[in-house]
Design a protein. Structure first.
Length: 210
């Protein structure tokens, strides 16, 4: 659970990124479907898992709050990701949406991870070779692994061309930093900027593509 209010979290994120964004935080709510539009209700009916339905409802409520502030169409049924002005993440009955109106940004991404353990054996699946070398040398590498996973997920979500890529396609210039740049390994050019915010037992990461 996020221990900040929505306003506090938004201020924290804006300060970390260095520019204004809209954050919507929805958590631990027993939501009904009456706030959904007809096409959204149709999508909800197709879902069989109660857990999936609740996550989806939390996410839709967060997205609608962001879209309203951005003065965008609040019908999320046709919304697709990656997206140039919004992104969404879920973790343990918590949903966070981010919205941005900066025209220079090609994509925005957000990821939230709580109470998750990653073994060093998983590093080869999402870290670039130099990142893996670094994380193997540092102490408490489980916490660094979760931070790096969260950052990579946010970068992936921000990439308009992510269907062609994996998490290991991106490399951080300095994996020890909680804020920095990342590039596509085959191009060796910085295209993405990220920031990771430490939370109790977890991380929140945000990224954007230029």
């Amino acid at each position: 659970m996020i221990c900040f209010s929505e306003k506090e979290l938004e201020k924290k994120v804006c300060r970390a990124l260095g520019f204004s964004v809209k954050i919507a935080l929805v958590q631990n709510e027993d939501l009904k479907a009456n706030f959904l539009l007809e096409k959204e209700k149709q999508r909800l009916k197709k879902m069989k898992s109660p857990k999936r339905k609740m996550e989806w409802l939390l996410g839709r409520k967060a997205l609608k709050k962001v879209l309203h502030v951005l003065k965008k169409d609040c019908d999320t049924s046709a919304l697709s990701f990656p997206n140039p002005f919004c992104s969404l993440t879920h973790s343990q009955n918590t949903a966070i949406a981010i919205g941005v109106s900066r025209k220079k940004i090609k994509g925005i991404g957000i990821d939230l991870e709580f109470n998750r353990f990653l073994s060093i054996k998983t590093a080869r699946f999402f870290l670039a070779p130099q990142e893996k070398i670094w994380v193997e040398k540092v102490r408490e590498n489980e916490n660094h692994l979760l931070r790096l996973w969260c950052i990579k997920e946010a970068i992936y979500k921000s990439d308009p061309q992510n269907k062609k890529r994996r998490l290991s396609s991106y490399e951080l210039e300095n994996p020890s930093q909680e804020k920095g740049r990342a590039f596509l390994r085959k191009r060796s050019t910085a295209y993405f900027y990220y920031v990771a915010i430490a939370l109790p037992k977890g991380w929140l990461a945000l990224a954007y593509a230029l």
